[in-house]
Design a protein. Structure first.
Length: 135
C-alpha cells in the first residue's frame, strides 16, 4: 500500500512532447502552417519554427504563455544559422513576446526556456503575414 508520506504530489511529472516534435534544431524546424499554434516546451528542450516570408510582405511572430509556468525567450535566425533578433519581454506585458519580420525572409524562430523550471511551459505561437504597402 502507498503510505501518504511517500506521495510526493509536488514532483513534476514526465514531460510529453507536443505534436510538433521533433523540432529541436533549425534543420528539424516545424513549419508554421497556421496563424495560431498551441505548443509546449519541455525542460531542457528548445522548439524551432521554420519561417518563410515572400518579398513585399511583413510578418509578426509572437508568443503568449502564463509566466507562472516559467520564462520563455524567442530568437530569430536566418537560413545560415545567424542570430538576427531577440524578442524582449516588456515589464508591463509579462507572458508576451513578439518580433516583426520583413520579407523576403527565410529562416527560423527558436523558443527556449530561460529559467530552471522542471515542468513544461504551454505556449501559443501567433504568426501573421500581411502584404506590405512598400514595394
Amino acid at each position: 500500500s502507498l503510505n501518504r508520506d511517500d506521495d510526493d504530489s509536488t514532483a513534476p511529472g514526465p514531460c510529453e512532447d507536443d505534436s510538433f516534435e521533433p523540432n529541436d534544431s533549425q534543420p528539424a524546424a516545424s513549419d508554421i502552417t497556421d496563424e495560431v499554434l498551441d505548443a509546449s516546451l519541455c525542460p531542457g528542450n528548445e522548439d524551432w519554427w521554420g519561417l518563410a516570408i515572400e518579398p513585399h510582405f511583413d510578418g509578426y511572430m509572437g508568443t503568449t504563455w502564463d509566466p507562472a509556468d516559467g520564462s520563455l525567450h524567442l530568437e530569430l535566425f536566418d537560413s545560415s544559422g545567424n542570430s538576427l533578433a531577440q524578442a524582449v519581454e516588456l515589464s508591463d506585458s509579462p507572458g508576451w513576446l513578439g518580433l516583426n519580420v520583413d520579407g523576403p525572409f527565410s529562416g527560423a524562430l527558436r523558443a527556449t526556456r530561460t529559467d530552471n523550471g522542471q515542468s513544461p511551459i504551454p505556449y501559443t505561437l501567433n504568426a501573421v503575414v500581411d502584404i506590405c504597402c512598400n514595394e
